[in-house]
Design a protein around this ligand. Structure first.
Ligand code: AMP
Length: 137
């Protein structure tokens, strides 16, 4: 696979780069939700969070923290939203793992919004049990 993000990483197509280290790259999203919307990607191509070695997940998380700090100080943001769409059902359109960081200001439009449901405690416990069966201790 040669995703659009791999082509940015190789320099084949341009991007407004913000930060780069050995394992990760951060650049501006071309269709930003807000001014300063950044994408952080691993340089090695993985589709999903679930495919990635944990060290690379940590490297991306570190870059997210570095860029979020720059967003807060450099753009005088009042907060930021971090999103990762994993899978078509979740809205992923570029199949090269990436994390969105979008600056937030009081009163702006939400980046992520959901309708809250009100499950009873037994339902919450049933879901927790279902998940726990798939988590190795
Ligand atoms: P997602 O829907 O989570 O897969 O997000 C993909 C994001 O990549 C979208 O927000 C696009 O605007 C962004 N995008 C696609 N192509 C480029 C590009 N060449 N440079 C920067 N951002 C891009």
């Amino acid at each position: 696979m040669n995703t659009i993000f791999s082509r940015i990483i190789s320099g084949e197509i341009p991007a407004a780069k913000v930060y780069e280290d050995e394992q990760t790259l951060a650049f501006l999203d071309i269709r930003p939700a807000a001014r300063g919307h950044v994408l952080v990607v691993p340089k090695e191509e993985y589709t999903s969070l679930l495919d990635m070695p944990v060290e690379l997940v940590a490297a991306v998380a570190r870059t997210v923290q570095i860029v979020a700090t720059a967003i807060m100080h450099g753009l005088r943001a009042e907060g930021f939203t971090v999103v990762q769409n994993d899978g078509t059902a979740a809205g992923q359109t570029v199949f090269h793992y990436h994390v969105h960081i979008s600056p937030r200001w009081q009163g702006d439009s939400p980046i992520v919004q959901w309708i809250q449901s009100k499950p009873e405690q037994p339902e919450l416990q049933a879901v927790a049990n279902q998940l726990k069966q798939h988590i190795a201790q």
